[in-house]
Design a binder for this molecule. Sequence first.
Ligand code: ADP
Ligand code: MG
Length: 588
Amino acid sequence: MAIIGIDLGTTNSLACVYRSGRAERIPNELGEYKTSSAVSVLEDGTVLVGAAAKERLVTHPEATAASFKIWMGTEKTLTLAERKFKPEELSALVLRQLLEDAKRYLGEPVEEAVISVPAYFNDDQRCATKLAAQLAGLNVKRLINEPSAAALYHRYSAQTGDCQMMIVDFGGGTLDVSIVECFENIIEITAIAGDNRLGGDDIDRAIAAHFCQENGLTEEHLAPALRASLYRQAETAKIALSSAPAASISLQQGEKRYGLVLTNELLRQLCGPVFQKVRGVITRAMKDRSRGGRLNDVILVGGSAQLMVFVDFLEELFGRRPHVAVSPDEIVALGVGLCAGIKERAEDLQDLVMTDVCPFSLGVSTYSRRDDRTPHMAVLIPRSSMLPASHQEQFYTLNDNQTGLRFEIYQGEGYFASENLKLGEVEVQVPPGPAGEQSALVTFTYDIDGILHVSAQSSGGDFRERMILNPNLHLTEEGKAQAMERIRQIQLAAQGDQRDQLLLERALRIYTQTIGQRREMAAGLIGYWKNLMDCGDRIQRRRDYDRIKERLDMLEAAVEEDPLESGIWFGEPEEEEFGQEFEEDSEE
Ligand code: ADP
Ligand code: MG
């Protein structure tokens, strides 16, 4: 019985196994290591997975799906040849194919797998991934963040010294940026930031849109097959540009022929908006890290890291050319393969320790005053906390003779509880007494396997515990109708309060963009200002406006202060060594 490691990618998937001291890639039936994460339903109802299915994106777009990973954890259904599939079902089909290939290659049954997910995946998306594995008949105990896997492999294969590095994983549909510290046998992820709707696909889309614009075509009016062909050509041209000065795209529609010549200069221009977003994510990772110090290295992984204009862009950003990993689109899978080895307790891997951080803030809803009608989130485990993490906080009753304390459990970065994802709730009884006398101690523990344990202990001795494994809180039809009704009932903001309202909205935005002390400051300002808004105290607002605004300006300046400009990127001493570890990395 073997354990395999799987990189279940948006675009491509790949499985590895740990054998004779190294992570080994498992080839598919075609003898290739990468399997396209594409699924197509054939006329007889059977299902194709991989490169063949990808071909059918052009020929049978109505029976084929790709890039469905971006819908994981949502209620979206995709229709293939008139059959409906949930995203996790399509992922399960990809996993089944990888499993079949692994069984054939290894000559033994595969019982367990470690699967990687983007670091930025929330709980719903992680649960959907585990569900996909279950549907494929795989036992999955552990999910690992993709950049953690890449860091693990890099550290293991390149034998780098103690260092702090940034890993930028730019794939087909996701961007993950993580900062990793390596010290002796410890690999520690100190910050992660990401965007799970940003990748090479967006570049293909920008190229296709430009093609249509230049040729006076409306993309939405193109026949599905023609449109699919355009996207395919856009991708091919993009890839070709890394080794050729120009590439062309052409479409034939009836008698008419449309064309475009793509150069690196034009590509760079079209990538502008995508790269701006990349810059934002990189900046956030730099700000979120729990420790300061300089970066020794920037490692690029993922298929899109091979894009020359992308490396050029990062070179300008960092003032130095970052490394493209040796096999950028396989390094995650190789790392997951090592991880599978760790699970099997392979001797030579035993002393490798890996830590991770929590990709989102976790907390409970709480009220600041008796008449407070919009609960905000009291964060118990802030984003980027090192895992496992455990925090406690005491909450007090707000009413006399209150009989219990109920806490809704949320994840997310919004100030108000309702802006975040609700994971569950926990309630404890308290003995009667004056307001503020009775309390409950809430404890959050988030373990390395991504399971959140929540407990509440009341002053009266009542104790409740929740383990959040599979929050399933998607709206039912009835729930949707209720939500719509709720929206309909909301009234527009009062006239004359716009300026004050704006100040509040701005504070709320700044809250989501900060962590630590700055976040606390923002929360304090929000609590204070919101109270003045709620009780309609215009005079006090007039008095305080400038003072609050000044503080927000200060916080804002801190948010905007760009660590990219402040010269903290690279340590000087390693200047000479930059790049060498890869030249020596001849693993594959
Ligand atoms: P994912 O992890 O999202 O499944 P990959 O890391 O395999 O994806 O990256 C897939 C993306 O990489 C696609 O958008 C593809 O167009 C792009 N890509 C693959 N090879 C190259 C290349 N040589 N140059 C530029 N982009 C590439
Ligand atoms: Mg990937």
